[in-house]
Design a protein around this ligand. Structure first.
Ligand code: NAP
Length: 312
């Protein structure tokens, strides 16, 4: 265990964690950001960032994250790659136990984000990367001139389906209801796209293939009818892109922090039920999960952590 007691440790290096890191570093707190895989969180798999205020046209997730990360570093935030596996959050000094070491801080900001929700049907896990994907930006190019299905009906599903039409020869959105949840403006563009089809009232119940996706069973939820859709013979495979929301990365906090449906509960100041422990970004219970709200949460959490640490 390092002897150092940081003023604040931030778990998670996505937009919430990086914004918290900038604000914490800038207020001269000793700051450590712990990230388990790679800095950036979900936004690094997004090609276009269109709605971040002040964003420039053509800005991508990775480039925005690079700038946020460099900014946090400039303000003195340290970064380390480790996976936190346990934590003791009560008391004046919080302890975080990682695979590589133990870390101590006066305050903690939980910014662990969320991950794409899987369909949960047989065959899905086995075929990830072999036809099944959760990231159009990452995998669209593998389906150049092929047939692709998109599961979901929200903003993400419809926007990513439109992106996929730039690569695939045909894209079909499979949605469990007969109307989309996506914003009207997004829907209008989608309905006008000649390469985009919709399969309503339908769910994928099984994905099949020996080492590569070859067919899937789709069930009509109104009639109960099930049918098997096969890959076109000339292609041998097809793509299934899943965009059905997100699951918070919060199993580590179970029994330690107040949560609802896996989301960490905070007040408007990002305070959890434990003094000195704050949460920011997609892992919080909130109504809008966007880069701008994640960054705002991070700024508030770091400012509140500063007041807390000053008072301890
Ligand atoms: P979402 O808005 O929660 O939509 C999830 C979609 O998946 C819904 O259509 C839902 O169907 C469907 N679904 C959920 N569970 C399912 C299951 N088990 N099987 C089949 N379908 C299922 O999620 P999202 O589209 O990922 O968006 C997440 C957030 O990011 C939203 O707040 C969204 O506005 C935001 N976002 C914004 C933009 C943008 O502003 N341009 C782009 C992407 C995302 P039902 O409709 O029947 O519930």
């Amino acid at each position: 265990m390092t002897e150092k007691i940081y003023d604040v440790i931030i778990i998670g290096g996505g937009p919430a964690g990086l914004a918290a890191g900038s604000y914490a570093g800038r207020s001269r707190m000793s700051t450590l950001i712990i990230e388990k895989e790679k800095i950036g969180g979900q936004i690094v798999i997004t090609a276009d960032i269109e709605n971040y205020p002040g964003g420039v046209e053509g800005d991508s997730g990775p480039s925005l994250i690079d700038r946020m990360s460099a900014q946090a570093e400039r303000f003195g935030a340290e970064k380390i790659y480790d996976t936190i596996v346990d934590m003791q959050l009560e008391g004046d000094v919080k302890k975080l136990i990682g695979n590589k070491g133990e870390y101590q801080a006066k305050s903690v900001i939980l910014a662990t984000g969320a991950f794409p929700r899987p369909i949960g049907c047989p065959g899905e896990k086995e075929l990830v990367g072999k036809g099944v994907s959760y990231c159009a930006t990452c995998d669209a190019a593998f389906f150049e001139d092929m047939v692709v299905y998109v599961v979901g009906g929200g903003d993400a599903a419809v926007e990513e389906a439109m992106y996929l039409t730039k690569f695939a020869r045909q894209v079909t959105v499979i949605h469990r209801r007969d109307e989309l949840r996506a914003a009207k403006s997004i829907q209008e563009k989608a309905f006008a796209n000649p390469k985009l089809d919709f399969m309503w009232d339908s769910v994928v119940t099984e994905l099949k293939g020996d080492g590569i996706l070859e067919s899937m069973i789709v069930k009509n939820v109104k009639t109960g009818e099930e049918r098997e859709i096969f890959a076109p013979e000339e292609d041998g495979t097809f793509g299934v892109f899943v965009f059905i929301g997100f699951v918070p990365n919060s199993t580590l906090f179970e029994g330690k922090i107040d949560m609802e449906n896996g989301y960490v509960l905070t007040d408007d100041d990002m305070k959890t039920n434990i003094p000195g422990v704050f949460a920011a970004g997609d892992v919080r219970k909130k109504s809008l999960r966007q880069v701008v709200t994640a960054a705002a949460d991070g700024a508030i959490a770091a400012t509140q952590a500063y007041h807390y640490v000053e008072g301890v």
